[in-house]
Design a binder for this molecule. Sequence first.
Ligand code: MN
Length: 283
Amino acid sequence: MNGYRPGFHNRLPPAGERLPTAAGQPPAMTTILVTNDDGIHSPGIQALEEALQPLGTIVVVAPDRDNSAVSHSLTMNRPLTIQQLAPHRYTVDGTPTDCVAMALKRILSSRPDLLVSGINTGANLGDDISYSGTVSAAIEGTMYGVPSMAISVGGPPPFDFRAAMRVAGCMARKILTNSLPSDTLLNINVPSGERCQRIRVTRQGRRLWQNTIHETLDPRGRPRYWIGGGTSLGDAQEDTDVHAFARGDVSITPIQLDLTNHAGIVYLREKWQLESEGGEDLP
Ligand code: MN
């Protein structure tokens, strides 16, 4: 099939038609949307598909090339193309967020039970979350009410996905049976390797990068700059994702959509008196 044709996408049962299941089991006819930011040909997304296969119908909608560090960007300056590569397997010439939007609004005929983004090659810890296309895809799913998680494998390449695959299957099963708090996604980081160490439920820490801009010269002798690489400065606080991962543990961070600093509201109202009576005059 050349590209996407309306009405010819895979027909999935509407949510209301699910068969009853034994308590504590994922619902029958489960549909899982899988995406990533490394692109549809990444070994990480293939590992994720394999890990989730026993849990239901896997529909893959992923970028046609590497989109790492595109954050939550949406393509609005050119049209997008959906290409179907196989049954339940689509690629979009856009960002991870574009892929989730296309999957939910064009490709799937009913809302999936779960969205899983990954397995990213490289950890997404602390401040990395702001830049991450992997996590942003899960944020997009959460915004549309789909229980979502992002999973990344970290450590020196080549990456061994085996432990992350087991964690992906385990956490997907838990979300399908227990659901997630509303407006909340999971950001999961697993050390590269065969075996899992301890699981730690963490908060987002800080991770800043040093020496990430590399200067080079183009063939005409003009300076050019690469952003990437460098070394990270870890967060020493023990309850953070950065610290847990550095110890070799699996880090699971619940992330919320609401970025408001609620203590900041009190600060602005009380310390700055921003809402004080004063007509139209600025305080
Ligand atoms: Mn990536």
